[in-house]
Design a protein. Sequence first.
Length: 453
Amino acid sequence: MRTLIDGATVIPMNDDAPVIFDGAVLVDEGRIADVGVSASVHARSAGSAIDRVIDARGKVVLPGFVSVHNHLGYSVFRGRAEDIGHTAVQSLYVPMSTILAREERGALAALSTAELLRGGVTTVLQMEEDADVTAPFVEQSGIRALLGVMAHDIDVDALNRGKTVFDERVRAQQLEQAITFAEHINGRADGRLKAVMAINTLSTSSPDLMRELRDTADRLDIPVSLHLGIGEQDEVRKVHGGAGAFQLACDNGFLDERAVAVHCYMVDDDDIALMARSGAALAHCPLMNQFRGCIAPAEAMRAAGIDIGLGIDNYFSDHFEVLRACIAVARIRANDPAVAQSADILARATIGSAKVLGLDAEIGSLEPGKKADLQIVDARRYGLTPLNDPVRTLVYHAHAKDIDLVMVDGRVVVEDGRVTGIDEDDLLRRAEAAGNAAWARFADQHGGYAVPH
Ligand SMILES: [Zn+2]
């Protein structure tokens, strides 16, 4: 199957190639075969059959976004968690983890997956309690994904009473779930799916759990990920002794060159130096973090040599908003309106995030030989006219709803703004029903929509 995207403005996100006006992208069997000015691409492909031509005049082609941190089923917390700050973890997330039925999480995760594709996200790192139940839809949808069960080994009932108790039986069950799933999913769909070993936080994970997961990551040659630098340092010292959160992660295989450390919005200079030495990357989630009132010192971490990718985290579905949040919070933090330039942040959301996941040789930019993971934005829209500088206009003004077509591995997964191969109305109905049912049980058990703390 050869597809020619023709007449487009092309943003290749390749250091050597600037924006191409009146450009074309030739896709052949899932990979990019050619990128350039239309006339040149036509000349180079003259005589070879083209199966489909996509008329992209007035449109912009760029690489798909790579979101390095998501919890797909957490769309359940929309409208519940946004205004209650850090207590959401204890008062909503932890208790909901024992209430949400697996099929409900599946319905909510299907919604989030469709939203990601609709928003131009072609690769996602998803970690969640029941990542295994989300996997079938993720596989069917066509998105590229790293998937992992977010393991812990605490007694959740004790945690709800404010006590941390590590439980061997929980550990055995969680390891069985996480490792079986990783072995099942890793490399599926012609390598489009990959496993990741994940823990939620250090304060809910014992060193024994971490080391078992690390050994599996070694064996399968896959990344590890965890939430880190989220204000858990005192709790970590109380639970684990004196080493401190970053050192503890380092000592147990969760802070090294294959690690994706999420958030890091409460870090000091020693933490940044340790993380830089370790080779771990940051999953920066500025859209989510800004509503928690916390912002990672991402530009300082970048200056220290730490690779940075961008993640949505949860609730949200429009990745362009993540880019804008990334710029806004960096400028507020630096009190400088010129830091975090739009071209750099678009690179961070594409090729930079691909590098964080170890996938930059395959995706993240539009170059011959790479996988055809791309999005086409219709620029003939309110808010995007006049287009002027395409990079700047898209980063500051585009929305998910402006995306016309999305491709992963050369397969069209969004066309005319709709996710292909699924009944979107049914998807929305199922997710709404799942959320309503889960919250009704939550309210029954806890007397309302939050557990008091
Ligand atoms: Zn998270």
